[in-house]
Design a protein around this ligand. Structure first.
Ligand code: NAX
Ligand code: ADP
Ligand code: K
Length: 484
């Protein structure tokens, strides 16, 4: 699990540490870690650190200060270090240290891309957590040219231009090969589109005490998924694995009923009971003979996928809420929400559906998805899974938002959401709480798309989910996860 902290939290944590060790010490720790990672990168790409040419692009704040002090260390190790003044006045003490170690300073204004010739590494020390969107055009041209030439670009703390708290990456943000961050991860490291601008991220310990601060985000990795997945134990029967009841699909959209059923079956439900559209039922009866039809025991409901317009939608949702069972409300079911829901109910909107729920524009959701998903959870009382390139889960009254394991964009296709609804229901039916179930299901779908890369239709990816879950169960985390 990786935890991320907002700019305000990071500054408070840094201030608390600086109160005991002093500001200069913190920056020296950051610079030490940064220089070490830069040297590793040079050793790997060039074979040697000594004699390397390093260009450091610096801005006016402490981010540039980190970069300049790291430059001082690299210069002492025999690198030829040039600092480019790209924005404002560089950190005075950091610059003095670099110059004293034999580095030089040039003005960014007069530079052209030809000045990148012979450079082995570009260090982006323009802006860190104090950055605002909008880099000058000449700075953008220089860093973009470095990326185009295939030069390694090492971002200090964050690729400049990205928004630390929201994960936005305005066009022209730096595209780093690697990012070295200090003390803690920031949301921008974990949320798309900024996350993809970071390259590999390395965390340098600068002695922050994270203990008393509730993180803004908790990002899961595959081992966490293996640890929490509800694998059946030796004596599990179908009811221990759980019965999923589905009211999904419509005569207009029968496929959604079929796909959500695939999600529940291949997500590991002990029994799947389909009570949705007749046209869906006919296909399911042919393709999935293990599915049952007609009333009977249910341990978790999934409603809404592929409903389209449904005159009795309010009643259909209200009845399932009244059952008190775990419940997933997807897609068109989200048009029929009561004012208040319990946290055991899981809503699975994409950005457009969440915008409708919050009565705002889709752009408002994508501009700050963490705030949007939190707000939806607080307003409805339910647990909310926001789908998209980054899948976020929020529960009312809980500050930390969970981030599912990411996967490739191949998942972004019609029908994937229906499968995901079924996966969520399968995990809920096994007795896992809504928040954890949502992260597990979203992660497994993404991990499956990563393991079977390509334009596979959602029903095929659903089948492969079973393979990925099986593989998770064989790993060390999986054995720990055996639950009954
Ligand atoms: N505070 C600390 O104790 C530590 C800070 N560290 C480093 O310091 C960074 C934060 O330092 P700062 O708070 O100085 O912030 P930054 O270094 O990110 O830069 C802030 C400065 O840039 C200007 N600026 C922001 N966006 C701009 C834009 N688009 N165009 C032009 N100018 C812009 C601001 O007006 C301000 O002067 C971290 O990201 C990290 O790299 C590390 O040294 C660790 C310790
Ligand atoms: N860029 C992306 N990268 C990875 N996964 C994505 C991306 N875009 C969408 N997804 C995932 O694809 C699925 C699409 O769901 P949804 O939009 O509800 O589709 P539908 O309703 O047509 O089934 C969700 O699981 C979502 O998280
Ligand atoms: K930076």
């Amino acid at each position: 699990m990786r935890y991320a902290y907002t700019v305000a939290q990071t500054r408070a944590l840094e201030n608390a540490t600086m109160a005991t060790v002093g500001e200069a010490t913190l920056m020296q720790r950051a610079a030490h870690g940064l220089a070490g990672r830069a040297a590793d990168l040079l050793a790997r790409t060039r074979g040697t650190v000594y004699g390397s040419r390093v260009m450091i692009v610096v801005g006016p704040g402490n981010n540039g200060g980190d970069a300049l002090y790291a430059g001082q260390r690299l210069a002492r190790r025999g690198c030829s270090v040039t600092a480019v003044r790209a924005l404002g006045r560089p950190h005075p003490d950091g610059l003095a240290a670099l110059l004293a170690a034999g580095g030089r300073l040039v003005d960014g204004g007069g530079l052209s891309v030809d000045d990148l010739a012979g450079v082995d590494l570009v260090v982006d020390g323009l802006l860190g957590i104090g950055g605002r969107p909008g880099l000058p055009a000449d700075v953008l041209a220089l860093t973009a040219a470095a990326t185009v030439r295939g030069l390694p670009v090492l971002a200090v703390d964050l690729p400049s231009g990205v928004v630390s708290d929201t994960g936005q990456a305005p066009s022209g943000s730096v595209h780093a090969t690697r990012t070295v961050t200090f003390g803690c991860y920031k949301p921008g490291h974990l949320i798309e589109p900024a996350a993809s601008r970071c390259g590999r991220i390395e965390l340098v310990d600068i002695g922050l005490d994270l203990g008393g601060t509730v993180p803004a985000l908790a990002a899961w990795d595959p081992d966490d998924v293996a640890t929490h997945w509800p694998f059946p134990g030796p004596t599990s029967d179908k009811y221990a694995r759980g019965v999923v009841g589905l009211d999904t699909g419509s005569d207009a959209y029968p496929g959604a009923g079929v796909l959500s059923t695939h999600g529940a079956v291949y997500g590991g439900a002990g029994m799947v009971r389909f009570l949705g559209a007749q046209r869906s039922a006919e296909i399911i009866a042919r393709d999935l003979p293990n599915v049952v039809f007609g009333d009977g025991r249910v341990q978790c409901w999934l409603v809404g996928s592929g409903w389209g317009e449904r005159a009795d939608g309010d009643r259909a949702v209200a009845d399932r809420v009244a059952s008190g069972l775990p419940l997933v409300i997807d897609a068109d079911g989200l048009r029929h929400l009561p004012d208040r829901l319990p946290g055991t109910v899981l809503l699975t909107p994409h950005a457009g559906e969440l915008a409708r729920l919050l009565q705002c524009e889709r752009g408002d959701v994508t501009a700050d998805p963490v705030a949007a998903v939190r707000s939806a959870a607080d307003r409805t009382g339910a647990t909310v899974l926001l789908k998209g390139a980054t899948q976020l889960v929020a529960t009312a009254g809980t500050e930390t938002v969970e981030v599912a394991v990411p996967g490739p964009a191949w998942t972004g296709q019609a029908g994937s959401g229906d499968v995901l609804g079924g996966l969520c229901a399968a995990v809920l039916a096994a007795g896992v709480g809504a928040r954890t179930a949502a992260v597990l299901a979203a992660s497994v779908q993404a991990m499956t798309a990563a393991r079977f890369v390509g334009p596979l239709p959602p029903q095929e990816l659903a089948r492969h989910c079973a393979t990925v879950i099986g593989e998770l169960g064989r790993g060390p985390g999986g054995r720990r996860g055996e639950h009954r």
